[in-house]
Design a protein around this ligand. Structure first.
Ligand SMILES: NC(=O)c1ccc[n+]([C@@H]2O[C@H](COP(=O)([O-])OP(=O)(O)OC[C@H]3O[C@@H](n4cnc5c(N)ncnc54)[C@H](OP(=O)(O)O)[C@@H]3O)[C@@H](O)[C@H]2O)c1
Length: 280
């Protein structure tokens, strides 16, 4: 082994070499000049682009927790919703860039998507079946298409778990959710993540009032951990889906939006709990 290395060292001068991108002649008639290390030139390279996150519906219940979590991780955060910042009075809200726009008019998304590397959509809602389809489906499909055209790398959609019989009563809601999910998996096969929580609990701001929904949600989450087998029952099983804390959803959403190795696809409520535990 030593002989081979020694031969290589001694034959070094006869090897073609590239210095500063130029080919140096190895013609034996030319005197081989001593190897000279040139000082690297300093060039003005801009710093690597920082992650810029756009939260759709960042002034809502889940969206505001997502914005907070992302700011805590040092990301640059913007939000888009119809009312902009609206009634959020918390100090962290001043660190978010608030855009007003309606996802049902996708051209209002163009400016907000400028320089954005990842998107988390927390846009959804209830109403008549046709309204629910529009807000959970069409609005999000518009956002997914616009983000894909703009070259966004990762897109996380806060969808919802199936609720068995309830799915039929809220047809527009679930059909909209599933249509948006299909679009996401098509447009973002490597960077699309769908979170499917059941009931989400935590502190919800309604104007200046804070509603502590955790008072009901937290004990229910503990209780439902022991009823997991019931979740497999046909029709009524999904009603036993455990509620999940809004901070867990926000934590996993931000991680899924920024971690390039976070696997694409659907994450159910148990997956949200697992990823949340792992990142503690
Ligand atoms: N809360 C739960 O227990 C729960 C459970 C499972 C799944 N989810 C899902 O999680 C997501 C967030 O729920 P949430 O409870 O946080 O709802 P939320 O508080 O009602 O927030 C919805 C957000 O969407 C924005 N929005 C609605 N229509 C829009 C449009 N056309 N264009 C732009 N923005 C629009 C709203 O802001 P503006 O009104 O200012 O536009 C608001 O910021 C939803 O997709 C929901 O289906 C929630």
């Amino acid at each position: 082994m030593r002989t081979v290395v020694s031969r290589l060292i001694h034959s070094r001068s006869s090897l073609p070499r590239l210095l500063n991108g130029r080919y140096l002649s190895t013609d034996s008639s030319k005197v081989d000049e001593p190897f000279k290390v040139e000082e690297a030139e300093t060039v003005n390279i801009p710093p690597p682009p920082t992650e810029k996150l756009l939260v759709l519906g960042g002034n809502g219940f889940v969206g505001s927790h997502v914005c907070r979590e992302a700011l805590d991780r040092g990301l640059s955060v913007a939000s888009l919703s119809r009312s902009g910042r609206s009634s959020l009075h918390d100090p962290w809200a001043s660190n978010v860039t608030w855009h007003k726009g309606n996802l049902l008019s996708p051209e209002s998304l163009k400016d907000a998507l400028d320089g954005v590397t990842s998107v988390i959509s927390c846009v959804g809602g209830f109403g008549s079946n046709s309204y629910m389809y529009k807000i959970n489906g069409t609005a999000n499909i518009n956002a997914i298409r616009a983000a894909s055209e703009q070259g966004v790398k990762r897109f996380v959609y806060v969808s919802a778990a199936d609720f068995g019989v309830v799915n039929y009563l809220l047809r527009g809601y679930y059909e909209g959710k599933r249509a948006a999910e299909t679009e996401l998996l098509t447009k973002f096969p490597y960077g699309g993540v769908i979170l499917r929580p059941g009931f989400i609990y935590g502190t919800r701001s309604v104007g200046s009032v804070k509603l502590p929904l955790g008072v009901i949600g937290s004990p229910l989450e503990m209780l439902f951990q022991h009823t997991r087998p019931l979740n497999q029952l046909p029709l009524v099983g999904p009603l036993f889906t455990p509620p999940v804390n809004v901070t867990a959803v926000a934590n996993v959403a931000v991680r899924a939006a920024t971690d390039p190795v976070f696997p694409p696809g659907i994450v159910d409520v148990y997956g949200i709990q697992r990823y949340n535990q792992k990142s503690k």
